[in-house]
Design a protein around this ligand. Structure first.
Ligand code: ADP
Ligand code: MG
Length: 254
């Protein structure tokens, strides 16, 4: 566990997301400080993130909005420990990501985070039940317990009757609900979602949103959701916008 004792020397404007208070909170599920990320494009370095500060509190629902190409997925990958920032630091559930080995990092992610993407990324050759059980098996839960838990999770997302279906035999909304059940399997503190309803029709997106809100209510799980959907953003506790490589507070609790 890394303790964060530095004082903030940031000279941000008032509208920039300020994390001073929350930085002192060791219960934060996610925290990043002064994260920069640039990619090499030919001979040029393209700066995508240029100083992102963010803290996600336990139980908080946060929406990240921003134009296409503004770096939302890049930021989510940093927050999820899937990619390394060019500079700056990321903590997941109180632990600094940078010093961790690849295997420690994978284990930490498995225990503390769930991921949902625009395209479900379910394994096509496995049933809904097997897909949901996968993180549990990776987390060394016994197969019998994993199966039972996966069954309950699928029931929670309204798919009790679809446990043996493979992804190809499910509708888009059903696949996304399986992906959500899978993300929740290890009871993570936070689920990171990258446009989870981006591939769904509005009515199905609404159903998925209601499901997420119900799960948050029941389990106190945090959500970081990248979305273009204003309705979804409006239902989160807080909305931040990524612009010119930085985050700006645009709605909800400051
Ligand atoms: P968003 O999710 O907001 O649409 P992304 O995070 O996917 O934006 O991308 C932000 C910028 O970073 C884009 O200009 C994109 O081309 C660039 N980018 C993203 N990933 C890579 C990569 N692996 N290599 C090079 N450039 C990348
Ligand atoms: Mg994206």
């Amino acid at each position: 566990m890394t303790t964060d004792t530095d004082t903030d020397t940031d000279t941000d404007t008032d509208t920039d997301t300020d994390t001073d208070i929350a930085m002192a909170d060791p219960t934060a599920v996610l925290h990043c400080r002064d994260v920069h990320k640039s990619y090499r494009q030919g001979s040029e370095q393209v700066a995508v993130l240029t100083g992102v500060n963010l803290t996600v509190a336990a139980g908080e629902k946060l929406a990240i909005v921003g134009a296409s190409g503004s770096g939302k997925s890049t930021l989510l990958n940093m927050l999820g420990g899937l990619d390394d920032p060019s500079a700056g630091e990321v903590w997941i559930q109180g632990a600094a990501v940078a010093p961790m080995s690849e295997s420690d990092r994978a284990r930490w992610r498995n225990q503390h985070l769930g991921f949902v993407y625009q395209f479900h990324h379910l394994l096509p050759e496995f049933s809904a039940l097997e897909n949901v059980a996968m993180p549990l098996l990776i987390g060394r839960v016994t197969p019998a317990v994993a199966q039972e838990r996966a069954r309950l999770l699928l029931m929670d997302v309204g798919l009790a009757a679809r446990t043996s279906h493979k992804p190809a035999a499910l509708s888009g909304g059903e696949r996304q609900r399986v992906a959500i059940a899978r993300a929740l399997a290890m009871e993570p503190g936070c689920v990171l979602m990258d446009e989870p309803t981006g591939n769904l029709d509005p009515a199905t997106a609404q159903t998925v949103l209601e499901l997420l809100l119900k799960l948050n209510e029941e389990s106190g799980i945090s959500f970081v959701i990248v979305t273009h959907d204003r309705q979804i953003a409006a239902r989160m506790d807080r909305v931040v916008s990524l612009r010119d490589g930085r985050l700006y507070h645009v709605g909800g609790a400051p």
